[in-house]
Design a protein around this ligand. Structure first.
Ligand code: AMP
Length: 153
């Protein structure tokens, strides 16, 4: 639980990601929550105060290697944290949850982590992309893509 930084989690290999080292207590971390599956600590370069990272205790680099049950738990914990923000723990007018999976997606630390970001009007986080224009004539292409993905679920 919160503040329980000294607890040793024995199954982690030593000398691995920066997040494993935080979880092990080798490197400082400001913990919000921890249990047998995940640990949550504040991001040192957060968008806003309270921005935290929900990290599986077991180090896996990418989503494809993440145990689906762990993934569920990651979201469950993130949801609780977002609710704590909304309940007044910190200044918060909205929340973003995001995972960067892979370098091209902006992943810097090769240890899966779910960002929980409290948002405030006028803060510095800008999410933008060049949205294509849309009309219903493009529906067949969308359906084709949906089918390809559905077949691999
Ligand atoms: P990503 O770009 O999604 O891989 O996010 C990595 C995040 O880890 C960044 O937002 C960093 O600010 C954060 N980070 C890196 N090192 C530490 C650390 N020692 N303690 C807390 N957060 C960290």
């Amino acid at each position: 639980m919160a503040g329980d930084r000294e607890r040793y989690i024995p199954f982690l290999p030593m000398g691995s990601s920066i997040f494993s080292r935080i979880i092990q207590g080798e490197v400082p971390g400001s913990f919000i929550y921890r249990d047998d599956i995940v640990s949550v600590f504040l991001d040192i370069q957060g968008v806003n105060p309270g921005h935290c990272l929900v990290v599986p205790n077991e180090e896996v680099a990418c989503l494809a290697d993440l145990n689906p049950e762990t993934g569920k738990h990651l979201f469950w914990v993130a949801h609780r944290i977002a609710n704590a923000y909304r309940a007044g723990a910190i200044e918060c007018e909205g929340v973003n949850l995001w995972i960067s999976d892979g370098e091209v997606a902006g992943q810097e630390v090769p240890h899966v982590h779910l960002h929980v970001v409290p948002r405030c009007l006028g803060d510095s986080l800008i999410i933008r992309y060049d949205a294509r224009s849309w009309n219903e004539s493009q529906r067949p292409r969308l359906d084709e893509i949906a089918t390809r993905i559905r077949e691999r679920l």
